[in-house]
Write a protein that binds this ligand. Structure first.
Ligand code: AGP
Length: 620
């Protein structure tokens, strides 16, 4: 978690850093800070080449409003926006930290697991700490090595070799007014190369306004960055040569584009993002699919004896839909595991197993750890990711990018539907090797191609969902029920509501209601049913609705257009167009995304940056 940035170039560093931090605020927003090197008379009371640090608890806005004007052309500096792990969110625990002599400043993203031991040793050597964070030990260690070798790069390198854990860091040095050093291990770090200026950041969004030329760093690498040169070395001090890459999107895709919130923009983008996931991959006449990213390991994948799908949160929900899809069409046994559990339970993996890791960000630490475990056991790993160049995209043997574009709202929306679309393509791809006929394949693919128009028609009716939200915004509990392909959608609907409106919500398979949750139902309990007409369990779901009504619960049904029967039973019905059962999650989830969005807005919640959360969870 956390977003970090470094800048060196001709511009005023503090404004570049603040812009970058604002772009990365989704990564953490409980405190923020910047450190800049003062040039001649840039700030009253500051000596030339002294490090000026300014930090605040709370959102970046607070930092921005309190930051004094710094005249800093030829700027150099670093910045940080925090999601607290060690130490409460406060000014004292905010980054950057500067060690004992204000010779250096550091911003860190990650967790240093052996910080207690290091801190104790450093305190014995006379170092004085100001915060409760694990991060602060890094700067004292650098300071300590620098005192003996007076070599900026080697001081950083040696300090990093003492650390256990994860880090993305960026370091500023008083004695090296033209250089910043960045390093990466387990947390994202990308170098952005501009003209006579360079950047480092946790996310390209931070510097996309200035350059699309990037150099994503690998674990164990250190970048020495000045305005006109970038050199990358390893922790062992050997030089790394890597090709420049180009970011495939521009600034407009990471702006709100007239919407009040990123989440609403991203919900509304789904007709296009589904198209982007499918583009160039459908061979309609052949009833088959082309997935270029899988070609190298095509045989091994198609011969898989078992597939394990893994991920966290929304990605895990998409994985559950994947289980239904792959088992139904490819007839390969599938298991779905929380990445965090898979990693630690010593899973038994066989030679022909394949792990499929799903992640929007490609940076989720639990999912990265699950991949490492699979690789340790020599298992083929496929990634389904959104962010090109992310840690997971690079750590997997092969992959399918979902191409949903940057997702900034903390609550995942478009990445879920694109993940399910990608899994549908994969199910056809694997299925066609088995018993799925050309005709059946074609039917699913045509169904996928028809989805964008159907999503558009659901979005056109958003007003109905908004009205519903106004009725239910003050409720404290919700139940979400669905079966088969729509059981994961019930989980996802409940997660969306929880995370952005802080309403307690639970998702269950509808049939499980009678085994416990039914005890919760009374007149104050809204129950959201996903009850689609052509689902084989539809009559059973209707009985479940009756059971809720008999106990005075309020029923909101997501139903198939034209289903009049359900409107006689439910209190409210939101209709969605008919589609194939296997593709229905891509449609049924949309009213649930809208419902949680409008309820959160009604309740005055911070939709894009809900409390306690961050977009990518880069700590285990
Ligand atoms: C979704 O709304 C959540 N913010 C969260 O559960 C998320 O899906 C999870 O942290 C996994 O993230 P990833 O897809 O980037 O790996």
């Amino acid at each position: 978690m956390c977003g970090i940035i470094g800048y060196v170039g001709k511009k005023d560093a503090s404004s570049v850093l603040l812009q970058g931090l604002n772009r990365m605020e989704y990564r953490g927003y409980d405190s923020a800070g910047v450190a800049v090197l003062c040039r001649k008379s840039s700030l009253a009371g500051q000596d030339e080449n002294s490090i000026f640090i300014h930090k605040r608890a709370g959102k970046i806005e607070k930092l921005e409003n309190s930051l004094p004007k710094i005249n800093n052309a030829n700027g150099i500096g670093i910045g940080h926006t925090r999601w607290a792990t060690h130490g409460e969110p406060s000014k004292i625990n905010a980054h950057p930290f500067n060690g004992c002599k204000n010779e250096f400043a550091i911003a860190h993203n990650g967790i240093i697991e052996n910080y207690t031991t290091i801190r104790t040793n450093l305190v014995e050597q006379g170092h004085v700490f100001e915060s409760e964070t694990d991060s602060e030990v890094i700067i004292h260690l650098i300071e300590s090595y620098y005192n003996t070798n007076h070599d900026f790069f080697n001081a950083v390198r040696l300090a990093l070799k003492d650390l256990w854990g994860t880090y993305g860091i960026v370091v500023l040095s008083r004695d090296h007014p033209d250089t910043i050093i960045a390093a990466k291990n387990g947390s994202p770090m990308i170098v952005g190369l501009g003209e006579n200026e360079n950047f480092v950041a946790s996310d390209v969004a931070a510097f996309l306004k200035y350059t699309r030329n990037i150099l994503p760093m690998e674990d164990g690498e250190i970048a020495i960055v000045s305005a006109d040169e970038v050199q990358v070395k390893t922790l062992e001090n050997s030089v790394v040569n890597r090709k420049l890459e180009k970011v495939g999107f521009d600034l407009s895709t990471i702006e709100k584009g007239g919407y009040p919130h990123y989440m609403l923009k991203e919900i509304n983008e789904q007709p296009d993002t589904i198209n982007d996931t499918l583009r160039g991959r459908i061979l309609l006449q052949k009833g088959n699919v082309k997935l270029g990213g899988l070609e190298q390991f095509d045989k091994r994948l198609k011969n898989a004896k078992r597939i394990i799908l893994t991920g966290c949160g929304t990605s895990w929900h998409a994985a559950l839909v994947g289980e239904y899809l792959i088992e139904e069409f490819a007839r390969i046994p599938v298991e779905v595991e929380y990445a965090s559990e898979f990693r630690y339970r010593q899973p038994i993996l066989e030679e022909n197993d394949v792990l499929i890791a799903l992640s929007q960000s490609g940076e989720t630490a639990d999912t990265v750890a699950a991949i490492k475990e699979a690789k340790r056991q020599n298992i083929l790993v496929l990634g389904i990711c959104n962010v090109v160049g992310s840690s997971i995209a690079r750590a997997t043997d092969m992959g399918i990018f979902i191409h949903a574009g940057p997702e900034i709202g903390v609550a995942s929306t478009k990445s879920f539907t694109s993940q399910v679309a990608a899994l549908s393509l994969l199910a056809v791809y694997l299925g066609r090797e088995k018993n799925l006929t050309q005709l059946e394949g074609r039917k699913i693919l045509q169904g996928l191609l028809d989805l964008p128009g159907k999503i558009r028609s659901i979005l056109d009716e958003s007003g109905n969902v908004k009205e519903l939200a106004a009725i239910y915004a003050s409720h404290q509990n919700f139940l979400y029920l669905g079966r088969g392909y729509n059981f994961p959608v019930a989980l996802e609907g409940a997660l969306k509501l929880k995370e952005i409106s802080y309403i307690h919500a639970e998702g269950y398979p509808a049939a499980e209601m009678k085994h416990g949750p039914i005890a919760l139902i009374d007149e104050s309990m809204p129950v959201v049913f996903i009850a689609l007409k052509d689902d084989p369990t539809y009559p059973k779901i209707l009985s479940n609705i009756e059971e809720v009504k008999a106990r005075k619960g309020k029923v909101i049904a997501i139903a198939t257009q034209g289903d009049e029967e359900i409107s006689k039973k439910a209190d409210h019905v939101i209709y969605i167009p008919e589609t194939l059962k296997c593709l229905s999650p891509i449609l049924s989830v949309i009213p649930l995304q809208l419902l949680s969005y409008y309820i959160a807005v009604q309740r005055g919640c911070d939709v894009d940056q809900p409390r306690n959360l961050a977009k990518s969870v880069t700590v285990e």
